[in-house]
Design a protein around this ligand. Structure first.
Ligand code: SF4
Length: 229
């Protein structure tokens, strides 16, 4: 078939069938994960699209709540940070800030935000949350400090077991995020983890949240799209 030629009718049917089967398969994974998250004490919601996710998250957050957030491509894709900023929520951010001690101070301040928003590197179907961090401010805020935490993730972050989650962190999330952020790590060059000692190592800490920590308030919003890295 020539490039640019219309898709034959028979192929349209194939694409629809593939989508149907994928939707069926993913709905099972999502259902299992939502049940498991709730069994581990987390709030858990599913929305089909980024647009629905933005609306849902905005409704969950009071207009005067101070917002902290961990670097997350998913949050940027959903557009919720800009929407919060536009409606006047006070934001704690180091985005665009010059290097220096004020960055670490802002990250400490985010530990006491009203609402902390973050992505997630992997969500195990049994309800465990797995994340890596170079500075560890994101994984720290996830488990202690903010009054409320909202974790936002596309269904591509769901993995079948803990080994797959740890593999995903090191071999998918780390190389692509290191590349995105311009870090000088071997994985940002080769796409492969070599267990480096780089000063910019992006995976100094790997956290596994087994259950919602006592007295915390953590909700996971799963989105039926592939989002983030
Ligand atoms: S150990 Fe180094 S090479 Fe491996 S994923 Fe982490 S930053 Fe990349």
């Amino acid at each position: 078939m020539k490039a640019g030629a219309p898709t034959p009718r028979s192929l349209v049917g194939v694409h629809e069938r593939v989508k149907e089967i994928r939707d069926w398969y993913n709905s099972g994974r999502v259902e299992r994960t939502l049940v498991a998250l709730k069994n581990r004490g987390f709030g858990a919601e599913y929305v089909r699209t980024s647009e629905e996710a933005k609306k849902t998250i905005l409704e969950m957050i009071p207009v005067n709540a101070t917002i902290g957030f961990g670097g997350s491509l998913t949050l940027l894709q959903v557009g919720v940070l800009q929407a919060l900023r536009d409606r006047g929520n006070p934001m704690i951010t180091t985005v665009g800030a010059p290097p220096g001690p004020q960055i670490i101070e802002e990250r400490r301040r985010a530990l006491t935000s009203d609402v902390f928003l973050t992505g997630c590197n992997a969500i195990v179907e049994d309800g465990r949350l797995v994340n890596m961090d170079g500075t560890a401010n994101r994984v720290a805020s996830l488990v202690f400090g903010p009054k409320r935490v909202i974790v936002v993730a596309g269904i591509n972050k769901i993995v079948p077991d803990l080994d797959s989650a740890l593999w995903r962190v090191k071999h998918v999330a780390a190389p692509m995020n290191a590349k995105r952020l311009g870090y000088k790590t071997p994985c940002a060059e080769t796409g492969v983890c070599s267990d480096c000692s780089s000063p910019e190592r992006i995976c100094n800490v790997i956290s596994i949240v087994e259950r919602r920590p006592s007295m915390s308030d953590i909700t996971v919003v799963l989105i039926g799209e592939d989002l983030g890295l």
